[in-house]
Design a protein around this ligand. Sequence first.
Ligand code: NAI
Ligand code: MG
Length: 347
Amino acid sequence: MAKKTKSILYINGDGVGPELMAHARAVVDELVSVEWVEGEAGYTTFQKSGTPLPQATIDSARACDAVLFCAVTSPPNIPNYKSAIIGLRQALDLYANLRPFDSLPNVPGPAWASGGIQPPPSASPLHFAIVRENSEGLYSGIEESDGERATATRVITKKASARIVKFGFEYARSRHFSKVTLVHKANVLRQTDGLFLNTGREVAAAYAPAISCDDAIVDSVAMRLVKSPADFQVIVTTNLFGDILSDEASALIGGLGVAPSANIGEKYALFEPVHGSAPKYAGQDVVNPTGMLRSAAMMLEHIGHKKEANRLESAIERTYGQRIVTKDVGGSAKTSEMVAAIRNNLS
Ligand code: NAI
Ligand code: MG
């Protein structure tokens, strides 16, 4: 029986967003048949309509099977401007931010990328993921200032902690990982991270012994990610820690241009590259399409096209093997040339 055609809300965003999205849609179209629905959001939308996130876009997101998003620009000088991506995560209750980190062939590592030094031959491929709680923590939006003293409230709930840790374990199980690491600062933040850690351990008990659980303090994890990243399989952590560690981790596999992400809730899911709108490169055909295309692959898997998702992942890998890549990862290809090579490698 033929599968029902899935509908995808695509949001071009700003800066390099429209060009990367056009490539992603063309690649997806080559793999499966989907119904594309356009949604507006971002700074360009704000300039046109006075809001960065029209209600119609939220409604369409709820009506579609998934959302594919590229980055939006946040103007620095408009007080109370709320980024469309933050608005979407809240409106759709996308509580889990999932970032897989998988090495690609021939990509120089962070320390040697700028110096032109070759990576050590022993550097083994990395394969791990960070699951970040996306709905509370230090980004709960509760901030106050009287001009002399400013505070931000870090909200941690048992409910959100349990669901994010469960998400992490389910992800680990689906990917055949055998360990989940809860990352925290419970030695200092005794109440908030104490609650996160204790709740996490309760959830972990249901997955033992197939998937083990350990925990680690965030500052030491920041160091170990650089020194011995292979220590980690699935990291689950709170909002701010996850934000910082996941940008750090992207440097291990080639930088912002290559890292994909998913924002997942009970009902909805949104897929986006980790990078921002890189406005200075807009329209120049130079940015790396990998983060966007890997996000499209994650979306394909989510809507039931695992085989096609794997084909896309393999085509990307093969293209790195052929060194037909953009400048940020040591190549000389234009964005469009790299995408053409990836499309060729799909077969
Ligand atoms: P950015 O990620 O846009 O760019 C930072 C640097 O990373 C760029 O200068 C470039 O060197 C590199 N880079 C980013 N994407 C790349 C790609 N695909 N290929 C190769 N190199 C790439 O972050 P920045 O400059 O801090 O922010 C620019 C705008 O994007 C801001 O308005 C910011 O608010 C917004 N932003 C939006 C995000 C989102 O929509 N989820 C996330 C992060 C930033
Ligand atoms: Mg970030």
